[in-house]
Design a binder for this molecule. Structure first.
Ligand SMILES: NC(=O)c1ccc[n+]([C@@H]2O[C@H](COP(=O)([O-])OP(=O)(O)OC[C@H]3O[C@@H](n4cnc5c(N)ncnc54)[C@H](O)[C@@H]3O)[C@@H](O)[C@H]2O)c1
Length: 310
């Protein structure tokens, strides 16, 4: 099977690496002059983690090719993963071109972080084959893909995309309605807005914010997620006690959820803070560190899970 990765940056490159590891032919298309070199660097950086997790039969980096045009990339593709920049007008034009360039049974999935497909599909002649398949960085390591169609998407296409991702080892959340930011990015964005507010107000440093998660609640989330975590916070009384006990805190001024203004000062503080936190670790060092830790975490959680009965 051949998969086309259209847009081959951080996410498109990560998808390409994952599809190669599953034993597919992958053809990429990206208009940037340096795209092929960048793509091959992303795939090479991902390969140790993918090898550690296990390559499927036939998996080989030599099965990656870079097309000279969009039409060439789409010619024999059975599935298209679009990962072009998060720009609504660009996505509208590109998805319309992809519909024209592919056979009429090919599903085209967009990696968009938050645009509803109904807003992106407006220029496509046949929007029924367009679906959101939203991954998390890096797509070769984080299992979750959120799948949701637009108003004009054929429900069978949504089901087909979800089945396809499951068949290649992804964990799928199949949504029956369009919600901006889907599920995980809405949650992630709430945390991110609070973090930016805290830096803008001088409440905490970038490093303190990161440590508050990695040394704190972040350790519980790979196992139970925010809801089951708070179920345990209620002791044997569980979620009911937790809500009765801490319900009044919901009214406390603990959140500034409207986005802060991204001033130059805030931008500089975030860039400086993350630079200091990274220290002497290069981008490649941090990618390798993250990949080793995610694999170790996934394995540790798998081994620690209590059996589920019923
Ligand atoms: N970075 C993340 O953490 C993340 C996570 C999930 C989803 N996404 C989504 O994935 C998509 C890609 O984001 P990214 O972070 O990989 O961005 P990126 O900037 O790393 O890559 C985008 C690539 O698209 C290419 N491109 C530009 N115009 C194009 C066109 N007309 N056709 C095809 N390719 C084109 C660029 O040359 C670039 O290589 C976005 O929709 C983004 O919202 C990003």
């Amino acid at each position: 099977m051949r998969v086309a990765c259209v847009g081959a940056g951080v996410i498109g490159g990560g998808w390409a690496a994952y599809f190669l590891a599953r034993g597919f032919d992958v053809v990429a298309w990206d208009p940037a002059p340096d795209a092929e070199a960048r793509l091959r660097r992303v795939v090479d950086a991902a390969w140790p983690a993918l090898t550690e997790l296990g390559l499927d039969e036939g998996a080989d980096r030599s099965r990656l090719s870079v097309a000279g045009s969009l039409a060439e990339a789409c010619a024999d593709a059975a599935f298209v993963q679009e990962s072009a920049p998060e720009d609504l007008e660009l996505k509208r034009r590109l998805l319309a071109e992809l519909v024209d360039a592919t056979a009429d049974d090919v599903v085209i999935a967009s990696s968009t972080s938050g645009f509803p497909m109904s807003d992106m599909a407006t220029e496509a002649l046949d929007p029924s084959r367009l679906v959101v398949g939203h991954p998390f960085n890096p797509p070769y390591l984080i299992p979750l893909v959120e799948v949701v169609g637009g108003t004009a998407t054929d429900p069978d296409v949504v089901a087909h995309a979800a089945d396809f991702y499951r068949s290649i080892g992804k964990s799928v959340i199949e949504m029956d309605r369009e919600v901006p930011g889907f599920v995980a990015n809405r949650l992630q964005e709430a945390l991110w807005r609070e973090a930016l507010h805290m830096v803008a107000n001088g409440d905490a440093t970038v490093e303190q914010i990161d440590a508050s998660i990695t040394e704190g609640p972040g350790l519980r989330w790979p196992v139970h997620g925010p809801c089951l975590t708070f179920h345990l916070a209620g002791g044997e009384g569980g979620m009911a006690h937790m809500l009765d006990h801490f319900g009044p805190s919901l009214l406390a001024p603990w959140t500034r959820l409207d986005a802060p203004e991204l001033t130059d000062e805030l931008r500089d503080a975030m860039v400086k803070g993350t630079g200091e936190e990274a220290g002497t670790r290069s981008f490649a060092d941090l990618v390798a560190e993250r990949d080793r830790a995610v694999i170790a975490t996934r394995r540790a959680v798998e081994n620690a899970r209590a059996p589920r009965t019923g």
